[in-house]
Design a protein around this ligand. Structure first.
Ligand SMILES: NC(=O)c1ccc[n+]([C@@H]2O[C@H](COP(=O)([O-])OP(=O)(O)OC[C@H]3O[C@@H](n4cnc5c(N)ncnc54)[C@H](O)[C@@H]3O)[C@@H](O)[C@H]2O)c1
Ligand SMILES: O=C(O)C(=O)C[C@]1(C(=O)O)C=C[C@@H](O)C=C1
Length: 309
C-alpha cells in the first residue's frame, strides 16, 4: 500500500463539510494516516464520538492540531481568523493550513497574518454542499465529480499544493486553481446571489401567508420547492458569506435588479418579444451546461442532446 497523502489531518469544526471530508478520506484509506477532529461544543463532540466521526475526537483544539501535517478550518467564514489565531502557535513546521470557506479574499485577510513562517497556507473551497449542517449531515460522496477551488497565496511552493490537490482528488473532486478576487466574483454569481434570491422569495411567500392561507406551501411547485431547500441553509454560514463577500455580491445584485426592472417593465407594457428573447437566451445557457456534461444531477444528463423546439 502506498504512503498516505498526509500522516495526520486535523479537522476543526465538525459540521457538514468536515464530516463529509472524514467519510470521503475513510472511503479512500490511502489519504490520511490519522484524522483528528475538534468542535467547540461538547454536544457536537459527543455526537461525533457516537457516530464514529474522526479517528480521535479531541476536547481541545491544541490536542487536535498537535503534530498535524494538514489542518483544515471547517468553521463559518467569520470565525476563521479567531480559530487561526488560536492554533497558530501549535502548528508544526512544514504543515499546511487550508480552509473550506465559501469566500476567499476575506479568509486570506483574516487567517493569513496568523500563519507562522514555515507553515503553508492554501485556502480552498469545495463547490459542494447541501442545506443541512452539523456532524450528522456529512456523507462520503459529497465531493464526487464536484470542483474544489484552491487559492494558494503568493509564493507557495508547488509541492504542498500538489499534495492538497491529491487529497481533494482522492475524495472524488476535480481541482482548479483560482485567484481569490476572481473566485469571490464567480461565486457571487453562481452561489451567493442565488441564495439571497431564494431567501427573499421564501420570505415574500411567508409574508403573504395570511393572504394565501398557507396555500403556497400546500401547492408549492418544483421551482418554489427548490427555493425553500436553499433557503433552509445555515443562517450563520450565510450571514458570514454576505458580510465577507460584500462588494462582489452588491455588484451582482445591482446587475440583477437592473435586469429584473427591465423584465418588470416588459411585463407591464406587454412586451412579449422582450420576454421571449430573454427566456430563449437563458434556456440556451442551461442546455449548454448539460451538453457540456457539466451538470451530473440533471435528469437529462447523459442523454447527449436535449429537445429542440
Ligand atoms: N454548507 C455548504 O453547502 C458549504 C459548501 C462549501 C463550503 N462551505 C463552507 O464550509 C464551512 C463550514 O460549513 P458547514 O456547512 O460544514 O457548516 P456547519 O454549520 O455544518 O459546521 C460548522 C461547524 O463550525 C463550528 N463553529 C461555528 N462557529 C464557530 C466558532 N466561532 N468557532 C469554532 N467553531 C465554530 C460549528 O459548531 C460547527 O461544528 C463554512 O465556512 C462554509 O462557508 C459550506
Ligand atoms: O447545494 C447546495 O445546497 C448548496 O447551496 C451548495 C453550495 C452552492 O451554492 O452550490 C453552497 C455554498 C458553497 O460554498 C458551495 C456550494
Amino acid at each position: 500500500m502506498s504512503a498516505p497523502t498526509y500522516g495526520r489531518v486535523a479537522l476543526i469544526g465538525l459540521g457538514l463539510i468536515a464530516s463529509s471530508m472524514y467519510w470521503a478520506i475513510k472511503r479512500n484509506g490511502a489519504l490520511a494516516g490519522e484524522v483528528t477532529g475538534y468542535a467547540r461544543s461538547e454536544a457536537t463532540r459527543a455526537t461525533a464520538r457516537r457516530i464514529g466521526l474522526c479517528d480521535r475526537v479531541c476536547d481541545s483544539v491544541a490536542e487536535a492540531v498537535q503534530g498535524a501535517d494538514l489542518v483544515v478550518l471547517c468553521v463559518p467564514v467569520g470565525a476563521m481568523g479567531a480559530v487561526a489565531e488560536e492554533i497558530a502557535p501549535l502548528l508544526k513546521p512544514g504543515a499546511t493550513v487550508t480552509d473550506v470557506g465559501s469566500v476567499k479574499r476575506d479568509v486570506i485577510q483574516s487567517v493569513g497574518p496568523h500563519i507562522p513562517e514555515g507553515v503553508f497556507f492554501i485556502p480552498g473551497h469545495p463547490l459542494a454542499g447541501t442545506e443541512h449542517s452539523g456532524p450528522e449531515s456529512g456523507f462520503a460522496e459529497l465531493f464526487d465529480n464536484r470542483w474544489c477551488l484552491l487559492v494558494p497565496v503568493e509564493g507557495t511552493p508547488d509541492d504542498p499544493v500538489a499534495r492538497l490537490r491529491a487529497l481533494w482528488e482522492g475524495m472524488g473532486a476535480h481541482v482548479d486553481l483560482m485567484d481569490p478576487d476572481h473566485h469571490d466574483l464567480v461565486l457571487a454569481v453562481t452561489s451567493h446571489t442565488p441564495h439571497l434570491i431564494a431567501y427573499t422569495m421564501v420570505g415574500v411567500a411567508d409574508d403573504l401567508r395570511r393572504v394565501t392561507d398557507s396555500e403556497v406551501i400546500k401547492y408549492s411547485a418544483a421551482g418554489f420547492r427548490d427555493f425553500t431547500r436553499i433557503a433552509a441553509s445555515d443562517p450563520t454560514m450565510w450571514r458570514d458569506v454576505f458580510l465577507t463577500n460584500k462588494d462582489a455580491t452588491l455588484e451582482i445584485l445591482g446587475r440583477f435588479t437592473e435586469e429584473l426592472f427591465a423584465l418588470q417593465r416588459a411585463i407591464r407594457t406587454g412586451d412579449g418579444d422582450h420576454l421571449h428573447a430573454y427566456f430563449t437566451r437563458t434556456r440556451a445557457i442551461r442546455r449548454g451546461i448539460i451538453q457540456a456534461g457539466q451538470d451530473t444531477d440533471a435528469p437529462d444528463f447523459g442523454r447527449g442532446k436535449v429537445a429542440k423546439t
